[in-house]
Design a binder for this molecule. Structure first.
Ligand code: FES
Ligand code: FES
Length: 266
């Protein structure tokens, strides 16, 4: 079911509401978050939308905010023709839900703008939005969004584990090295760190406060959530910010041998 733009406040519940409410004092009057739509996923973590059922999405230039239980909330936009893009729907500046206008995702709170590939085109946001895998079948009019899809060239989950061969990921042989990416079959970015003491750590990239993605900061050697400034160690422990209430990043167990590093994703 779709909620209209007057449903903004209602729609914010559970979707970065704290940040959005804070930012609303600076809201631009003519930009609103894309209307909210709830949908179900299948066992493969795919969502299939019959686009014609959603007038806000079927018109070129339209967009909806899609909520699927257990997945990141996403902005589904229809720039033109049969082109559709799916991006994280929360602004990377302070977590406000995004609107869509003139082929850009726009934040109503402080007017950050993002291109169709998620890159920042206007500050104050500095971090890009994540793009999700999707495909449109023009015969059936169905848009399929794959929440479990991974990044090209990044290892996938096999039997609940991800293997990073040193031959392909030499940074993991150096203390202080790291790899970052989205494994197929998991669908969310993870970090794997080679720690200074010779051990390894692997953590999920989703902040436990309001589900913004955390970023690695070289200068601070930590993981930082730019939405509301929560800070985590490379082993996932929360150190500062509102995530002190919600807890550490999700941690994965890691083993290694002479050939590479294995992360258990279950
Ligand atoms: S929350 Fe500040 S620009 Fe989006
Ligand atoms: S989402 Fe609020 S601190 Fe990360």
């Amino acid at each position: 079911m779709s909620t209209n733009r007057r449903g903004f406040l209602k729609g914010l519940a559970g979707a970065g509401a704290g940040a959005a409410a804070t930012g609303m004092a600076g809201c631009a009057p003519d930009i609103s978050p894309a209307p909210f739509v709830n949908a179900e996923k299948d066992a493969s973590r795919r969502v299939v939308l019959t686009v014609s059922r959603y007038p806000d999405l079927s018109r070129p230039g339209g967009a909806i905010t899609l909520r699927v239980q257990g997945e990141q909330q996403v902005l589904v936009a229809h720039p033109q023709g049969t082109q559709y893009v799916v991006l994280t729907s929360l602004c990377t500046h302070s977590g406000c839900p995004l609107g869509f206008e003139k082929n850009e995702a726009i934040c109503p709170c402080h007017l950050s703008r993002f291109a169709l590939d998620g890159t920042v085109t206007h500050p104050p946001a500095r971090q890009p939005l994540r793009q999700f895998s999707s495909s449109f079948d023009s015969e059936s009019g169905e848009l399929t969004i794959d929440f479990g899809a991974g990044e090209e060239g990044f290892p996938s989950v096999v039997d609940g584990k991800i293997f990073f061969p040193f031959a392909q990921f030499p940074d993991l042989q150096t203390p202080g090295g790291k790899v970052e990416g989205t494994p197929g079959g998991y669908g969310t970015a993870i970090f794997v760190f080679s720690l200074e003491d010779g051990t390894y750590a692997a953590v999920d990239s989703i902040c436990t406060h309001q589900q913004c993605p955390v970023q690695f900061r070289e200068t601070e050697d930590d993981l930082f959530c730019f939405c509301h400034n929560s800070r985590f160690t490379k082993t996932g422990e929360v150190r500062e910010g509102p995530a002190l209430v919600t807890g550490d990043l999700k941690k994965f167990s890691v083993t290694s041998d002479t050939t590479g590093v294995t992360v258990a994703i279950v």
